[in-house]
Write a protein that binds this ligand. Structure first.
Ligand code: NAD
Length: 479
């Protein structure tokens, strides 16, 4: 046998390990099945420079060319929806593959394109004034782990339609699938005759790279989709910012509702992608005289009822106590439970059920942690109320002033109007699952960036524009 040195043995072992991990890892934040993803950088400054080149390219295009790229983004998103859905669940451990696939198709079909950009003309004795929706330039976008690739594609369509360039700082926990979506947008651009790198992202996004983005002079607009921490950070940046923050959507069910339908709609909405969407039903306020019937119907729809003791035990697992910077003890949701299947969560308190269980329900009082915290998992607390006044008072308090989303099941238009007025949310859904509010089984366009705090609401291309006025005095009227 030939002599073999220690260094050679080390090399052979390294090669085997590398080979194994490469075949085990189908994707990374910079590659997919060995193909290098387009538009991914290691340095935020370089990513911004590349996004600026993308912006220059978009600016020099006709609207028709921009729309061609968007059409191709839509096509590829539908074609590759299943890939992104599977990758999203595998990478984050959260959500449901089939629901994530549907979310991508929704984004592809119902995110507005260039048709959303409209000009206004005002004519009068003094002539003509034209107002146009102009791009900001390069947009810095921060995206969440809960709808990662959906948000990247939805933001890209709207921002490109508006004529901007985009650089993303995606959630580190969903970086592979987010960057896959960035690459998809770039492939669409290349296929449609646009630049190969139109939108950009980071291989390892961090709070530091987000901070470089927030203070970079070439970034003209920040768009942030995430929890309260990041929204606060971008709103303190000194730049124009669109903040799409947290919600805790309450649902009221009164005694005029179609109870069977209400139960089905609530469970369908609450369990969609395992409750990850910020709009999903998070707590129910049910009139006492229909509460038992509602619970019975929910059970028929795949809900599993736990008792008060079990709810308290579960609460200690799904919420973790941490000490914040001010030295105060705060409860935060356990990342190991967010977006997990109901049976997986139940197993944590020793309850073994099969996969058909879609949702965990329980009766609680108003102050219970399940009511007060945005859990983002299929756990639904139900609080009994005596009348509409009490229902509205508690539901408004549970929403915590986010003014994000609220739901109601009722046939009493006075009740419906009273709650809508009191809760002041960006989205208010009547007699339907929560996802009807973002165009899934409801009218209107979709978005995965719902900007309550800064007021743009259900964002679309026009949200990413600045108004510019051009005045022609005395002339250009035709009457
Ligand atoms: P998250 O807040 O943990 O992260 C969101 C993004 O912000 C990530 O990219 C993260 O890396 C970044 N980030 C966090 N702190 C930051 C800071 N100080 N500076 C810069 N960047 C920072 O959110 P998540 O868990 O991925 O998503 C869930 C949260 O987002 C929920 O609260 C949900 O309601 C909210 N959300 C809101 C919308 C909406 O449209 N309003 C949509 C999706 C999610």
């Amino acid at each position: 046998m030939a002599n073999i040195t220690e260094a050679e043995i080390r090399q052979i072992v390294e090669n085997i390990i590398k080979g194994n991990s490469a075949s085990a890892k189908k994707y990374t934040s910079v590659s997919y099945e060995g193909r290098t993803l387009l538009g991914i950088y290691s340095d935020m400054n370089e990513a911004i420079d590349a996004a600026e080149r993308g912006y220059r390219a978009v600016r020099s295009m006709t609207v028709e060319q921009r729309e061609k790229i968007i059409t191709e983004i839509r096509r590829l998103t539908i074609e590759e929806a299943a890939v992104m859905a599977e990758m999203g669940v595998a990478e984050t451990g959260m959500g449901k593959v089939e629901h994530k696939r549907l979310k991508h198709i929704l984004v592809a079909e119902k995110t507005p394109g260039t048709e959303d950009i409209v000009s206004e003309a005002k004519t009068g004795d003094c002539g003509l004034t034209l107002t146009e929706m102009a791009p900001f330039g390069v947009v810095g976008a921060i995206t969440p782990s809960t709808n990662p690739s959906e948000t990247v594609i939805c933001n890209s369509i709207g921002m490109i339609a508006a004529g901007n360039g985009v650089v993303f700082n995606p959630h580190p926990g969903a970086i592979c699938v987010s960057n896959y979506a960035v690459d998809l947008v770039n492939r669409a651009s290349r296929n449609a005759g646009g630049p190969e790198i139109l939108v950009c992202s980071m291989d390892k996004p961090t709070l530091e790279s987000a901070s470089v983005m927030q203070s970079h002079p070439k970034i003209r607009l920040l768009v942030c989709t995430g929890g309260p921490g990041v929204v606060k950070a971008v709103l303190s940046s000194g730049k124009k910012a669109i903040g799409a923050g947290a919600g805790n959507p309450p649902v009221i069910v009164d005694d005029t509702a179609d109870i069977r339908k209400a139960a089905k709609d609530i469970i369908d909405g609450c369990t969609f992608d395992n409750n990850l969407p910020c709009i999903a039903e998070k707590e129910v306020f049910a009139f006492s005289n229909i509460a038992d019937e509602l619970i019975g119907e929910m059970k028929r729809c795949g809900a599993y009822m736990i008792n008060a003791e079990q709810a308290d035990a579960l609460s200690k697992i799904v919420l973790e106590e941490k000490t914040n910077k001010a030295g105060k003890t705060v409860k935060t949701v356990s990342r190991a439970c967010v977006g997990r299947d109901a049976d997986v969560i139940l197993a944590k308190i020793g309850i073994n059920v099969d996969k058909n269980v879609r949702c965990i329900i329980c009766e609680t009082d108003f102050m219970h942690d399940f009511v007060q915290h945005e859990l983002m998992m299929p756990i639904l607390p139900i609080v009994r109320v005596e009348n509409i006044e009490q229902a509205i008072e508690l539901a408004v308090k549970a929403e915590h002033g986010n003014r994000h989303t609220a739901h109601m099941h009722s046939k009493n238009i006075d009740h419906l109007s009273a709650f809508a007025k009191a809760v002041e949310t960006t989205i208010f859904v009547k007699n339907a699952p929560s996802y009807a509010g973002i165009g899934f089984g409801g009218e209107g366009h979709t978005t995965f960036t719902i900007a309550g705090p800064t007021g743009e609401g259900i964002t679309s291309a026009r949200s990413f524009t600045r108004r510019r006025r051009c005045v022609m005095a005395d002339n250009f009227r035709i009457i």
